[in-house]
Design a protein around this ligand. Sequence first.
Ligand code: GLN
Length: 221
Amino acid sequence: LVKVGVLALQGDVREHAAALEASGAQAVTVRRPAELAGVDGLVIPGGESTTIDKLTRIFELDVPLKERIAEGMPVYGSCAGMIMLADEIADPSKDLGGNPQQTLGGLDITVRRNAFGRQRESFETDLRFRGLEFSAAAPGAEAAPVHAVFIRAPWVERVGPSVEVLAKVEPAEASHTQTLHGAARIVAVRSRHLLATSFHPEVTGERRIHELFIRMIRGDA
Ligand code: GLN
């Protein structure tokens, strides 16, 4: 059984723990460096990236997290978790002292926070998602689409050469918002041991993203 931590500083920790357990992993919460040391992989949940950033530093998890990421520990970041894994934020929030929010980094991407617009803060759509072929009904068939829920979600504005794009929102799928400007927007990426989605598979009963992540931890994907 793989032991997967859920960073439990802020955000939808319980939903990720439940999705991991339903996908065949042991889920544990991580708030201290000693708890981080005992896990095979880590989920950084959705929530508020500025808060998660501050709390990782207060709890002295920032340095150990960066070390484990550099050593190759598999990490899956959802929404705010994607922002935490990004090397660069296009529009970082600043604190009262003018200091921009920080990320752990590791993924060679630039994200834009709240990119789909604030007025209509949340939307849902079905996405084609690469890498879920293991779940297809027949060998060689395409996997069923992923029903994706976006809540004040970021999108990925730039991907480096090491980064594989797994899913995009097409303009026709997001006609409720003007902010796509007619372009497809990247909402799921992978680079070796790091996986990130703009959306929240843990709130819809979708298990395949967590299954993919557990396969990555096992070395099967
Ligand atoms: N907008 C949030 C942030 O910037 C992310 C929202 C989410 O995780 N659902 O951290």
